[in-house]
Design a protein around this ligand. Structure first.
Ligand code: UD1
Ligand code: PEP
Length: 423
């Protein structure tokens, strides 16, 4: 990948064929961190796509002394963390990966101290980490510097932790730390996303005792040690959603292989409200759409099981081609509308009140070709989708963002007959 790379889309072709869903980045990242917990032996994680964020996580793990062997064709990684040597994470890596924060619990458990400089990830607004640090402090950690986040302590005692908001990685982090704390911990108002349940199952396979999976209250009984395991990570509901919405906006009929329909039921519901046909055949979704004359939609993002904020930019692309006004309300992040400026370059008519977290989309738009520069994964997905409905050429720069979240995107689109090329 070079900085000059871009993706070019020439839309207007209906999609046909089948596409397989990749492994879930947001489930695999905490698993990679937790694979540093066992004191001896190799853990194996399967269904691991070569996404930029995952590759950066491998670099962080190697930096602290773990041996990481990755087999991209088999999508398998093995991790041996027997000889960890350091826990001062380098900013050159943490500034590229928000999930760097997930390395705090294993490094505390193994080495007793962590230095975590600023963390990167999608620029979506404030993205505070106060629930993480408050939770670690309640378990017994000392936060010795808030500037560079130096945190220390290893003998934690179970406690009750309440999250003011059900933070996704906050829940994962405190659940992971509670696993090796003495006694019982309760995490109230926890996030209940499917990735958290899959991660909890990963920890349980390692020997952890976690109760309340999939609910908003998690109870964790501390255990003396966690063991290396071999685990098959869940598929990525965000990748599945991208393909569903691609068929929705481009038109045509595709089959999406490897979906847990229950994990994306609100997206299915909203797309059906827009006039898109979705057939559920076990773990395969058959999506067919006219691609035009979609119905407008109202969306309000919420913690799981509500409408996922990570789908908000993409469904905005669909709402642009709908006949009428759509209302899209963002309630998770304070700056999650960066795709609006890029969609406007393609001719979209969107009234934006970012303070109120409201975008009113005036459809239908006939997109025109444009040169775009989305600043995060889901904004890039949004423009990819808009490009499929645009008869002229759409350029997407900053391809690094797409490659953080979706593996081999152009080949998988080409497989469905779309004209999407990397140049
Ligand atoms: C790697 C990963 O899994 N990323 C996902 C994770 O991000 P991430 O875990 O960072 O998102 P959170 O659920 O923590 O954030 C949700 C909201 O809570 C606030 N907050 C969070 C923690 C905290 O200590 N203090 C605080 O105020 C944030 O500023 C934000 O407004 O969940 C998001 C919301 O579903 C998704 O968009 C991301 O794709
Ligand atoms: C927001 C995302 O990732 P991160 O939390 O790592 O920025 C994402 O996957 O859309």
């Amino acid at each position: 990948m070079t900085g000059q790379e871009f993706i070019e889309i020439e839309g207007g072709t209906p999609l046909s064929g089948s596409v397989c869903v990749q492994g879930s980045k947001n489930a695999i990242l905490p698993m990679l961190a937790a694979s540093l917990l066992p004191e001896k032996g190799c853990s194996v994680i399967r269904n691991v796509p070569p996404l930029n964020d995952i590759l950066v996580a491998f670099e962080l793990m190697r930096y602290v002394g773990a041996r990481v062997d990755y087999f991209p064709n088999e999508k398998v990684v093995s991790v041996d963390a027997t000889h960890l040597t350091r826990s001062d994470l380098p900013e050159s890596l943490t500034c590229r990966l928000r999930a760097s924060v997930l390395f705090i619990p294993p490094l505390l458990a193994r080495l007793g101290e962590v230095r975590l400089p600023s963390v990167g990830g999608c620029p979506l607004g404030a993205r505070n980490l106060n629930y993480h640090y408050r939770g670690f402090a309640r378990l017994g950690a000392q936060i010795t510097s808030e500037d560079d986040f130096v945190i220390s302590g290893e003998d934690f005692t179970g406690t009750t932790m309440y999250l003011d908001f059900p933070s996704h990685t906050g829940t994962e982090n405190l659940m992971m730390a509670a696993c090796y704390s003495t006694g019982v911990s309760v995490i109230e108002n926890a996030a209940s996303d499917p990735e958290i349940t899959d991660f909890a199952n990963f920890l349980i396979k390692m020997g952890a005792k976690i109760h309340g999976l999939g609910t908003r209250t998690l109870t964790v009984e501390g255990v003396p040690a966690l063991n290396p395991i071999d685990y098959y990570a869940m598929n990525d509901r965000l990748d599945a959603g991208l393909w569903m919405m691609a068929a929705g906006i481009a038109g045509g009929k595709i089959s999406i292989i490897g979906v847990a329909p229950g994990d994306i039921r609100i997206l299915i519901e909203k797309m059906m409200q827009m006039g898109i046909d979705i057939g559920i055949n076990g773990h395969v979704l058959d999506v067919s759409s006219p691609g035009r004359h979609l119905k407008p939609v109202n969306v309000l993002t919420c913690p799981y099981p509500g409408f996922a904020t990570d789908f908000q930019p993409a469904i905005m692309a669909l709402s642009c081609v709908a006949d009428g006004q759509s209302y899209i309300r963002e309630r998770i992040f304070d700056k999650r509308f960066s795709q609006v400026a890029e969609l406007r370059k393609l001719g979209a008519s969107i009234e934006l009140d970012e303070e109120d977290g409201l975008a009113i989309v005036n459809g239908p738009t006939t997109f025109r070709g444009a040169d775009t520069n989305p600043d995060n994964i889901r904004a890039a997905s949004c423009i990819l989708l808009a490009g499929l409905a645009c008869p002229e050429k759409t350029i997407i720069r900053n391809v690094y963002q797409i490659d953080r979240g979706h593996f081999d995107i152009e080949s998988r689109f080409q497989q469905l007959g779309a004209r999407v090329v990397r140049k």
